[in-house]
Design a protein around this ligand. Sequence first.
Ligand SMILES: Cc1cc2nc3c(=O)[nH]c(=O)nc-3n(C[C@H](O)[C@H](O)[C@H](O)COP(=O)(O)OP(=O)(O)OC[C@H]3O[C@@H](n4cnc5c(N)ncnc54)[C@H](O)[C@@H]3O)c2cc1C
Length: 429
Amino acid sequence: MAWDFSTEPEFEKKLEWMREFVREEVLPLEVLEADEATFTRIVRSLQDEVKKQGMWAAHLPPDLGGQGWGQVKLGLMHEIDGMSPWAPQVFGNQAPDSGNSEVLAMFGTPEQKERWLHPLLDGRIRSAFSMTEPMHAGADPVNMSTTAVLDGDEWVINGHKWFTSNGMIADVLLVMAVTDPDASPYERASMFLVPADTPGVRRLRNIPTMAGGHERFGQGHSEVKYEDVRIPRENLVGRRGRAFEIAQARLGPGRIHHCMRWLGQARRAFDMLCERALQREAFGGPLASKQTVQNWIADSAAEMQAARLLTLHAAWVIDQQGAAAARREISLIKFYGAKVLHDVIDRAIQVHGSWGYASDLPLEEMYRHARAARIYDGPDEVHRQSVARSVLRDYRRPDGWLPREHVPTRRDAARAKFAQLLEEATANL
Ligand SMILES: Cc1cc2nc3c(=O)[nH]c(=O)nc-3n(C[C@H](O)[C@H](O)[C@H](O)COP(=O)(O)OP(=O)(O)OC[C@H]3O[C@@H](n4cnc5c(N)ncnc54)[C@H](O)[C@@H]3O)c2cc1C
């Protein structure tokens, strides 16, 4: 029977290196004041070091320069990545490029890989994923109204998208658009590669968000209009009508990586919580001696451990049976992990008092970013609904009106079942 929670010693060594590297080399980037060119130069030197260690773009298969390690190992790496918002970039797996490169790796033609995937992996170009629209519920994207119509050898795209992360700085946008309006809801849309400089691509703005100042160097969530955008026929990704299938393949493992990164972020807040509890004195002793603070520490430790095991289990199911088999597990961690992240940061802020609220510490920024986790990649409520539906499929409505566990009914049934033995016992009295 295989039931093992240990990490292979060889891989643990890599994780150890990564922890040290993120702590020593990446965390300082967060507070470095530098212009974009200088910052990029520093990041590139760190990326070179990651490449030397063979840990670059580890989400991709070996033939594309990745490691082919599978989701459990990737999950463990992302937990470390999550410590800093800059670590994913240094390790070549920052969203949305990592998910987009996975799409191209899985569904791209050799020409598409040559033109977009390889430069993306080298960090020479950037990408964005353009699905959500202002006029329709992103939680239920089957209703999108962006269209792509074939005109000779070109697709003509018209539509209005928003929250296209990194849309303003992307070189290529993966755009979802309706191509077959009369097909069944999940077969109406197709996926396209749209070079950002194509006439008709109007990148209007980065939408100001709670994330605020962190979104440096043009990063952010943009509003984009596609007005008679003409792209060659061969820019269709995968098969026509398969955009939802492709998006699902992109989002499944991506959500595991998000959840593991959240754990890395939660762990950082938790460390701050514990250190401050030991450091700060009030009412005759350290905050750590107060039961409420002890409860925060114990609850956070339990919740982080639960989220970690749930996430690694979801990763394991993907490794064993593929992303489609792990839908329930992925939805479970998406809403549970987002709540754990939020709650741990919230408690860390509380234990720091007014300082927790101040930008002298990273907690307030972490808190603002954490709030988005409950919305992107599907809001909490949709994942809860999906988990509940999936769980309920394992049940059937009990016959009649009594609950199946009704004790008087069960007692009558037990009496009937053992009637003979009960009679013999009474006769022998
Ligand atoms: C930081 C960030 C980055 C993003 N990046 C991208 C990106 O790169 N590309 C992209 O295409 N999109 C992106 N998005 C958009 C994101 O995917 C959508 O915001 C999300 O899918 C929700 O869609 P919506 O905003 O239209 O909310 P709506 O669909 O309007 O939902 C609003 C609220 O309704 C409630 N709700 C919805 N369905 C149910 C239900 N079944 N039961 C109960 N309540 C429900 C939920 O509380 C939900 O929050 C990003 C969003 C954020 C915040």
